[in-house]
Design a protein around this ligand. Sequence first.
Ligand code: AMP
Length: 120
Amino acid sequence: MSYDQENIFAKILRGEIPCKKVHEDQWSLAFHDIHPQAPVHVLVIPKGPYVSLDDFSAEASPQEIAGFFRAVGEVARKLGLPAKGYRILANNGRDGGQEVPHFHVHIFGGRPLGRMIAVG
Ligand code: AMP
Protein backbone atom coordinates (compact mmCIF):
# COMPACT_ATOMS: atom_id res chain seq x y z
CA MET A 1 0.00 0.00 0.00
CA SER A 2 1.51 3.32 -1.01
CA TYR A 3 1.37 6.32 1.29
CA ASP A 4 -1.57 8.69 0.73
CA GLN A 5 -0.28 12.26 1.13
CA GLU A 6 -3.87 13.45 1.60
CA ASN A 7 -4.65 11.34 4.69
CA ILE A 8 -5.80 13.36 7.68
CA PHE A 9 -2.63 12.91 9.73
CA ALA A 10 -0.46 14.04 6.80
CA LYS A 11 -2.60 17.19 6.73
CA ILE A 12 -2.09 17.67 10.48
CA LEU A 13 1.68 17.25 10.04
CA ARG A 14 1.66 19.89 7.28
CA GLY A 15 -0.34 22.23 9.52
CA GLU A 16 -3.34 22.22 7.15
CA ILE A 17 -5.65 20.87 9.87
CA PRO A 18 -5.37 21.89 13.55
CA CYS A 19 -4.72 19.49 16.39
CA LYS A 20 -4.53 19.70 20.17
CA LYS A 21 -0.78 19.15 20.42
CA VAL A 22 0.73 17.37 23.41
CA HIS A 23 4.30 16.90 22.19
CA GLU A 24 6.47 17.46 19.15
CA ASP A 25 10.07 16.63 18.40
CA GLN A 26 12.26 15.74 15.43
CA TRP A 27 10.64 12.33 15.01
CA SER A 28 7.10 12.56 16.23
CA LEU A 29 3.96 14.54 16.87
CA ALA A 30 1.41 13.72 19.60
CA PHE A 31 -2.09 15.15 19.87
CA HIS A 32 -5.41 14.44 21.53
CA ASP A 33 -7.75 12.08 19.67
CA ILE A 34 -10.77 13.91 18.31
CA HIS A 35 -13.15 11.18 19.61
CA PRO A 36 -11.59 10.16 22.94
CA GLN A 37 -12.39 6.65 24.15
CA ALA A 38 -10.87 7.14 27.62
CA PRO A 39 -10.30 10.17 29.88
CA VAL A 40 -6.85 10.40 28.26
CA HIS A 41 -6.65 9.39 24.59
CA VAL A 42 -3.65 10.69 22.71
CA LEU A 43 -2.22 9.69 19.33
CA VAL A 44 1.50 9.61 18.61
CA ILE A 45 2.55 9.64 14.96
CA PRO A 46 5.96 9.55 13.30
CA LYS A 47 6.83 12.48 11.06
CA GLY A 48 7.83 10.18 8.20
CA PRO A 49 5.35 8.87 5.61
CA TYR A 50 4.58 5.37 6.95
CA VAL A 51 1.22 3.74 6.30
CA SER A 52 1.19 1.35 9.25
CA LEU A 53 3.24 -0.40 11.90
CA ASP A 54 4.04 -3.00 9.27
CA ASP A 55 5.46 -0.32 6.96
CA PHE A 56 7.20 1.60 9.77
CA SER A 57 8.89 -1.45 11.28
CA ALA A 58 10.14 -2.59 7.86
CA GLU A 59 11.17 0.72 6.30
CA ALA A 60 11.97 3.33 8.97
CA SER A 61 15.57 3.98 10.03
CA PRO A 62 16.80 2.90 13.48
CA GLN A 63 16.87 6.59 14.46
CA GLU A 64 13.23 7.08 13.43
CA ILE A 65 12.13 3.96 15.29
CA ALA A 66 14.06 4.83 18.44
CA GLY A 67 12.98 8.47 18.31
CA PHE A 68 9.35 7.52 17.84
CA PHE A 69 9.16 4.99 20.66
CA ARG A 70 11.07 7.27 23.03
CA ALA A 71 8.44 9.89 22.26
CA VAL A 72 5.60 7.47 23.11
CA GLY A 73 7.06 6.94 26.59
CA GLU A 74 7.80 10.64 27.00
CA VAL A 75 4.23 11.59 26.10
CA ALA A 76 2.84 9.11 28.63
CA ARG A 77 5.11 10.61 31.30
CA LYS A 78 4.13 14.14 30.29
CA LEU A 79 0.50 13.14 30.80
CA GLY A 80 1.25 11.67 34.25
CA LEU A 81 0.17 8.18 33.21
CA PRO A 82 2.89 5.78 34.41
CA ALA A 83 1.93 5.94 38.11
CA LYS A 84 -1.49 4.37 37.59
CA GLY A 85 -0.77 2.70 34.26
CA TYR A 86 -1.94 3.06 30.70
CA ARG A 87 -2.34 1.18 27.43
CA ILE A 88 -0.84 1.67 23.99
CA LEU A 89 -2.48 0.27 20.87
CA ALA A 90 -1.62 0.27 17.18
CA ASN A 91 -4.32 -0.86 14.76
CA ASN A 92 -2.77 -2.33 11.63
CA GLY A 93 -4.68 -2.85 8.40
CA ARG A 94 -8.26 -3.94 7.79
CA ASP A 95 -8.68 -6.68 10.40
CA GLY A 96 -6.85 -4.48 12.91
CA GLY A 97 -9.46 -1.77 12.40
CA GLN A 98 -7.02 0.87 11.16
CA GLU A 99 -8.92 3.87 9.77
CA VAL A 100 -6.19 6.44 9.14
CA PRO A 101 -3.38 5.20 6.84
CA HIS A 102 -0.53 6.95 8.66
CA PHE A 103 1.09 4.84 11.39
CA HIS A 104 -0.03 5.90 14.86
CA VAL A 105 -0.02 4.64 18.41
CA HIS A 106 -2.99 5.29 20.66
CA ILE A 107 -2.25 6.04 24.32
CA PHE A 108 -5.21 5.41 26.64
CA GLY A 109 -5.34 6.20 30.33
CA GLY A 110 -7.12 7.92 33.18
CA ARG A 111 -9.25 4.94 34.26
CA PRO A 112 -8.99 1.16 34.56
CA LEU A 113 -9.12 -0.02 30.95
CA GLY A 114 -10.69 -3.44 31.33
CA ARG A 115 -10.15 -6.32 28.95
CA MET A 116 -7.46 -6.12 26.33
CA ILE A 117 -9.81 -6.49 23.35
CA ALA A 118 -13.57 -6.58 22.92
CA VAL A 119 -15.04 -10.07 22.79
CA GLY A 120 -17.03 -11.05 19.68
P1 AMP B 1 -7.37 4.04 13.87
O1 AMP B 1 -8.70 3.36 13.83
O2 AMP B 1 -6.38 3.30 14.70
O3 AMP B 1 -6.86 4.35 12.47
O4 AMP B 1 -7.57 5.39 14.65
C1 AMP B 1 -7.73 6.63 14.04
C2 AMP B 1 -8.04 7.61 15.13
O5 AMP B 1 -7.87 8.92 14.63
C3 AMP B 1 -9.47 7.53 15.68
O6 AMP B 1 -9.43 7.27 17.08
C4 AMP B 1 -10.04 8.92 15.37
O7 AMP B 1 -10.91 9.39 16.37
C5 AMP B 1 -8.79 9.76 15.25
N1 AMP B 1 -8.92 10.96 14.43
C6 AMP B 1 -9.42 11.06 13.19
N2 AMP B 1 -9.32 12.31 12.74
C7 AMP B 1 -8.72 13.03 13.72
C8 AMP B 1 -8.33 14.39 13.86
N3 AMP B 1 -8.54 15.28 12.90
N4 AMP B 1 -7.72 14.78 15.02
C9 AMP B 1 -7.51 13.88 16.01
N5 AMP B 1 -7.85 12.58 15.93
C10 AMP B 1 -8.45 12.15 14.81
